[in-house]
Write a protein that binds this ligand. Structure first.
Ligand SMILES: O=C(O)c1ccccc1NCC(=O)[C@H](O)[C@H](O)COP(=O)(O)O
Length: 217
């Protein structure tokens, strides 16, 4: 029986691609605020993109170890529904950000092996959502968006008491199997729907969302 899988398309930089994601049924659209990323957008560009997103689709700002001043400036300029913390933010920092900005927080957790799973329990009590992602490769220049998958067997049969998304190296060809193996009800993708780093492909966005939503869990 097909399940209602919610999809987040991350790293959007162009109105055409935001429109493709929304039309295809994305539940979340993500904007990356990390200068070293090929997907980086500044607050003005993100504001323009966000204003075109209809109600019901969550606009997520991805930041990496951002301080209060940076988050204040971002939240003042961009209409946002959620903050995604993708750095080394501690559980206490997650709580602080939630309280200061009044927005739900999604905390990214990098998984490379069994020992990383303890991180999940650490954040489960403070974050609103978790993004279970691949741990970045040692030579990576950014903490996410590296087209790297982790061993799904590590989380097979597991669940947590809060909503979570599966991420890391997913593509239109692999997302259905990933959903079946992990039981994820939400998935996130960036590289797997790109023609080149930082350049999304609307056809791949549509194919990914169709494959995810058609998956049987
Ligand atoms: O996408 C980036 O460039 C990025 C930069 C800095 C921190 C995180 C970043 N992306 C994180 C995401 O939410 C990705 O969607 C997630 O890691 C999955 O990425 P991918 O393996 O490329 O699908």
């Amino acid at each position: 029986m097909p399940r209602d899988i919610r999809v987040k398309i991350c790293g959007l930089t162009e109105a055409r691609d935001v429109a493709a994601a929304v039309a295809a049924g994305a539940a979340y659209v993500g904007f990356v605020f990390f200068a070293k990323s090929p997907r980086h957008v500044d607050a003005e560009a993100a504001r323009a993109l966000a204003l075109d997103v209809p109600p019901g689709v969550a606009k997520v700002a991805l930041t990496v170890n951002a301080d209060d001043a940076a988050l204040d400036a971002l939240c003042a300029r961009v209409p946002l529904d959620m903050l995604q913390l993708h750095g080394d933010e501690s559980p206490a920092r997650v709580s602080e950000v939630k309280a200061r900005h009044g927005l739900p927080v999604m905390k990214a957790i990098g998984i490379g092996g069994d020992s990383d799973l303890a991180q999940i329990d650490l954040y489960a009590g403070v974050a609103d959502q978790l993004l279970i992602d691949a741990r970045p490769p040692p030579d990576a220049t950014r903490p996410g968006g590296n087209a790297t998958a982790f061993d799904w067997g590590l989380i097979e049969g597991r669940d947590w008491p809060l909503p979570w998304l599966l991420a890391g190296g997913l593509t239109p060809d692999t997302v259905a199997e990933a959903v079946q193996r992990t039981g994820a009800r939400q998935v996130d993708v960036s590289s797997g729907v790109e023609a080149a780093p930082g350049r999304k492909d609307p056809d791949l966005i549509r194919a990914f969302i169709a494959a995810a939503r058609g998956a049987e869990g």
